[in-house]
Design a protein around this ligand. Structure first.
Ligand SMILES: *[C@@H]1O[C@H](CO)[C@@H](O)[C@H](O)[C@H]1NC(C)=O
Ligand SMILES: *[C@@H]1O[C@H](CO)[C@@H](O)[C@H](O)[C@H]1NC(C)=O
Ligand SMILES: *[C@@H]1O[C@H](CO)[C@@H](O)[C@H](O)[C@H]1NC(C)=O
Ligand SMILES: *[C@@H]1O[C@H](CO)[C@@H](O)[C@H](O)[C@H]1NC(C)=O
Length: 509
């Protein structure tokens, strides 16, 4: 049974693109189709936070970055820390990899893409064949309902709507392998890890489930299926049993109105839609409802030329153009700037991601407690590795909630990583602050720190809770307690509240 609030949420998610004529076929992402591109763009290819630039950003170059074509080596600062610090836990949220469009452009041929997996097709990966055969044994794993009926591999010679492509699988095999190497020396997971130590969760879409499995396989090759439970998150917000939050929906509605206003005031965009619709011989509103950017991005990412229709009467006929694509992308970037200024999305995001952040914080505390000096470790260990396989409509609000407003919109196979670190018991040459009352016995224990990484880049000191931390004075890392007080209280300050309950129900917007 889906609650009223959930229905409402899906309603808003599907309308936030302001395409009220389309039914909510799937959860519709915030910006465009679960695949919308936005994201601050800079001239720099690599950096998550664009280097300030004086020229206008190039909307098409930014789109290639969004594709995340797995054809070059990538930076990964995960696992970097100070000597003698111990890595206690890693929690990762990923966006699924490259997928087939969710929408099709009326009157045009769908892009021809093969969603079966084959190591003779590019892009491939050395682990691809063993991954395919390992997925064949998935029946030995434990699957929370309804995941056991979701296919574990993409396998249609003509991709279905929204299906993960081979590119998407390879992106996550690479991600997993990258982090396998990054954490190898930190003994995060013992060779004989226990079922409790590895937590994997996903939404019920095949592309997220398959992305999560590809990541996990890269991270723990030939993992033991019998120890694995794959958990289901029914909401794209990963909010579990705490999804009800009326105020969140109100902010989303306001945000939707803002987005609508800025879009209709953009005459160049409106003219472009009219031109495109004329080319295709459809009504402008039909074209807008078909969310053409989603399919055009897929063409771009797969090197397929934009669709054409034969010339007919009444002026229809011709091809959609890169110039039209660039206008839609340009408007998305303008919208991002306006969105940051309006702050409605940020308020939405704070409430949307609180349940996930609260859970993340709680896990860290549990692992930290298990690692206290002189304490008997819990039999079977704690959750030291968590993988949440999600959508752009999950990762985008998470970035916003953390205060990473300037970060690029989540590309295919984006990853956000939380690392929990513990310093050695006595830090040499650094007089420790006096411990609080009653904490004498712990005074000699190491201290806890957090690192946050987005697509391999350390963004810890861009987050709201560590932006002002003076890392040059004594503590080069961000103290865990900053994060804890942010999640438990401070994050609600932007909505004039001190708790989730109060923020959601407290007072009218
Ligand atoms: C990787 O693919 C992208 C998109 O197709 C292309 O623009 C880029 O030049 C390629 N890079 C390399 C190193 O081949
Ligand atoms: C893919 O589907 C084909 C035909 O339905 C089947 O023969 C094949 O075993 C499937 N492959 C995988 C890896 O599931
Ligand atoms: C937040 O986490 C605490 C445990 O640390 C839990 O008791 C509480 O129910 C959580 N709140 C929400 C709204 O998820
Ligand atoms: C927050 O509370 C203050 C003082 O009570 C008030 O002036 C302000 O308008 C409130 N802001 C919001 C966003 O409700």
């Amino acid at each position: 049974m889906v609650s009223a609030a959930a229905t409402l949420l899906f309603f808003f998610l599907s309308c936030v693109n302001l395409i009220p004529t389309t039914p909510a076929v799937e959860q519709r992402p915030f910006q465009t189709a679960d695949g919308g591109v936005g994201g601050a763009l800079g001239k720099s290819r690599k950096r998550v936070f664009p280097v300030p630039h004086t020229q206008e950003p190039d909307p098409v170059a930014g789109a290639y970055e969004y594709c995340n074509t797995p054809n070059r080596s990538e930076q990964a600062l995960e696992g970097h820390s100070l000597p003698d610090y111990k890595l206690l836990s890693v929690q990762i949220m990923i966006r699924h990899g490259d997928r087939y469009p969710i929408y099709s452009i009326p009157k045009t041929k769908r892009p021809a893409i093969d969603c079966t997996l084959s190591s003779s097709r590019k892009p491939s990966h050395p682990l691809l064949n063993s991954f395919i055969s390992h997925m064949g044994q998935g029946g030995q794993g434990h699957w929370e309902s309804p995941l056991s009926s979701v296919p574990r591999l993409p396998n249609h010679s003509a991709c279905e709507m929204g299906e993960l492509t081979q590119t998407g699988v390879v992106q996550h095999l690479r991600n997993g392998q990258l982090l396998h190497h990054a954490y190898k020396h930190h003994n995060l997971l013992p060779p004989k890890w226990s079922p409790r130590q590895v937590w994997v969760e996903t939404t019920g879409k095949s592309r997220t489930l398959q992305s999560g499995l590809a990541f996990l396989y890269g991270f723990i090759p030939d993992f033991d299926w019998s120890k694995l439970t794959v958990r289901h998150q029914w909401s794209t917000l990963f909010c579990g049993s705490a999804c009800d939050c009326p105020a969140r929906n109100r902010y989303l509605e306001e945000e939707q109105k803002r987005q609508y206003r800025i879009r209709v005031s953009d005459t160049e965009l409106e003219k472009t839609y009219v031109d495109m619709a004329r080319t295709l011989g459809v009504l402008t509103r039909q074209l807008r409802a078909a969310n053409p950017i989603d399919s055009l991005l897929c063409h771009l990412c797969h090197g397929i030329s934009f669709p054409c229709v034969p010339v007919g009467e009444s002026g229809a006929g011709g091809c959609l153009t890169m110039a039209q694509f660039a206008v839609i992308r340009r408007q998305q970037l303008d919208d991002e700037v306006d969105r940051r200024q309006a702050k409605l999305y940020h308020k939405y995001a704070i409430m949307a991601m609180y349940p996930y952040l609260n859970r993340t914080a709680t896990k860290m505390e549990r692992v930290a407690r298990d690692n206290e000096a002189g304490r008997q470790r819990r039999a079977g260990g704690e959750e030291v590795f968590t993988l949440s396989s999600a959508h752009d409509v999950t990762v985008a609000p998470l970035l916003s909630a953390l205060g990473l407003e300037e970060a690029r919109f989540p590309r295919f196979a984006a990853r956000l990583v939380f690392e929990l670190w513990k310093s050695p018991p006595a830090i040499q040459g650094q007089p420790k602050k006096k411990a609080g009352k009653g904490e004498k016995s712990k005074a000699k224990d190491g201290e806890l720190f957090l690192r946050v990484l987005y697509n391999g880049e350390d963004v810890t000191f861009h987050t709201t809770f560590c932006r002002t931390h003076d890392r040059h004075a004594g503590q080069p890392l961000c103290p865990l307690k900053n994060f804890l007080s942010f999640v438990r209280k401070d994050m609600f300050r932007v909505v004039n509240a001190t708790s989730y309950q109060e923020a959601c129900y407290g007072r009218p917007v």
